[in-house]
Design a protein around this ligand. Structure first.
Ligand SMILES: NC(=O)c1ccc[n+]([C@@H]2O[C@H](COP(=O)([O-])OP(=O)(O)OC[C@H]3O[C@@H](n4cnc5c(N)ncnc54)[C@H](OP(=O)(O)O)[C@@H]3O)[C@@H](O)[C@H]2O)c1
Length: 431
């Protein structure tokens, strides 16, 4: 057996400690598969005395995580701290500039700085790997970048945030409202104390931007994403979706349109119960990709947690140990083309529009007149029988397939109407 692959690991939280436990427990198997042992020689975290549930003996400790890049004997730096900038980015730059391979689970950093880091890695002839950054334990980076590499991929979409999926599934099974389910999820550890990145769709957006670059060979363009989260979804929407034969899921969708424009959106959508994504419940993640020769691929599994995420990190380490070198985004960074963002107004979809209205005559007529004037064809209109708290009533409209610009125009006509008490919630239907 050849010399071990030597690792310096920053971050000993959920993922970092998980990686150390995995390497400990499956060490012999991994060494056999990788052709050499994988050995952690140095670590860094904030608190040196904290019990990590893992054996750190024999590993050097660094208080300043960026110093890990200076360890002469290290082959790979593994960054498991998080944050798009700050010390994580400083370490990543320093590691690659200094001749170390880099493995990270940090989707925020790759979504914002992936192009720079990929270019740097290639200049230096090093690996930059981030399997754990998208959909945790699911090997979707490898699946798209290698397994499906022979295909032109036109569309990639999926459920990319386990916290949101857990919340929506719980709302579905209990009938409870968003705030109550979020609170329960936090108590159970399924949602962070500060859940903003998850529930507002930013985390899913980071992952989608990475997937889009990988799938289409476009430059990572997180800034161009159209993002909305799940905070405005009410129990009544879930019930309404159910009555229409759908469930609500936060879905990230990316498509390289025939006109060469890149469409990227994260939003809650109504998914037909017959669609494979509808049965993806709880904290599970799922990614669908459509290749021109392979057809539809569906990747499903656990998108977070110490075990699945560590599994993905160590898979990257095994690749490096074996000497498998692939460009981070499957194409050389210089070939990832900057692509203009699609105008969603030109897209067509069926839309679910939910209004909170005053319980008085004439309101429905006002809404339907706006739809007619903007050219939105109504497929169904449902008025909730029982008023919400405060005497307001929910009205839901589902449109026939039509341009998104028409829906936007109808809502613009209704803007400022004294009958409508909050901005309407619009969700598209997929099925
Ligand atoms: N958790 C998941 O399921 C999951 C899934 C996929 C991807 N990820 C990504 O994996 C990364 C790590 O996530 P996590 O859940 O493991 O986070 P975490 O549990 O909060 O752990 C973060 C670790 O980083 C250390 N740290 C923070 N600031 C530091 C600094 N300035 N210098 C040195 N160490 C520092 C912390 O040290 P102390 O422990 O001493 O405070 C902690 O050990 C993030 O990029 C995250 O997005 C996580």
């Amino acid at each position: 057996m050849t010399a071990p692959l030597r690792i310096a690991l920053a971050g000993l939280g959920t993922v970092g400690a998980g990686v150390i436990r995995l390497l400990e427990e499956n060490g012999a198997l991994i060494a056999a598969r990788a052709g050499r042992p994988i050995e952690v020689v140095a670590v860094s975290a904030r608190n040196r005395t904290k019990d990590r549930g893992a054996d750190l003996s024999g590993m050097a400790w660094e208080d300043d995580m960026t110093q890990l890049a200076n360890h002469g004997e290290v082959d790979v730096v593994v960054e498991l701290v998080g944050g798009s900038d700050g010390p994580a980015l400083a370490l990543a730059r320093k590691a690659l500039s200094g001749g170390k391979h880099l493995v990270t689970a940090n989707k925020a950093m790759i979504a914002h700085h992936g192009m720079e880091l990929a270019t740097l890695a290639e200049e230096k002839g090093l690996s930059l790997k981030f399997e754990a950054a998208v959909a945790g334990g699911i090997p979707v980076i490898k699946g798209l970048g290698e397994g499906a590499a022979a295909n032109r991929i036109d569309r990639v979409y999926g459920i990319l945030n386990g916290t949101c999926n857990y919340i929506l599934s719980q709302m579905e099974s209990t009938g409870a409202d968003f705030a109550d389910v979020l609170k329960a999820a936090q108590d159970l550890g399924y949602a962070e104390a500060d859940p903003a990145f998850d529930i507002e769709g930013v985390d899913a957006g980071h992952k989608l931007a990475i997937l889009a670059a990988l799938a289409f060979g476009t430059a990572v363009d997180f800034a161009a994403l159209d993002i909305s989260g799940i905070t405005r979804v009410r129990a009544a929407d879930i019930a309404q979706a159910d009555a229409l034969g759908h469930v609500i899921r936060l879905v990230g969708q990316a498509e390289l349109q025939a006109d060469g424009h890149l469409f990227q959106r994260v939003a809650p959508v109504l998914v037909a119960k017959s669609h494979p994504l509808a049965s993806v419940d709880g904290p599970t993640n799922a990614v669908v990709a459509e290749g021109n020769f392979v057809g539809r691929l569906l990747f499903v599994g656990r998108g977070a947690g110490d075990g699945p995420t560590a599994s993905a990190v160590v898979a990257d380490l095994i690749d490096i140990a074996r000497g498998n070198a692939t460009p981070p985004f499957s194409l050389p960074a210089a070939m990832l083309s900057a692509t203009p963002a699609a105008d969603p107004g030109h897209r067509t979809s069926r839309a679910y529009m939910r209004f909170v209205v005053a319980d008085r005559p004439g309101v429905l007529a006002e809404i339907t007149a706006a739809m007619r004037d903007a050219g939105v064809s109504i497929e169904s209109l449902i008025q909730q029988g029982r008023p919400e708290e405060g005497g307001e009533v929910l009205v839901a409209i589902v449109s026939h397939e039509g341009p998104e610009s028409a829906v936007a125009a109808a809502l613009a006509l209704l803007e400022g109407s004294p009958s409508i008490s909050e901005p309407p919630l619009v969700m598209r239907l997929i099925g």
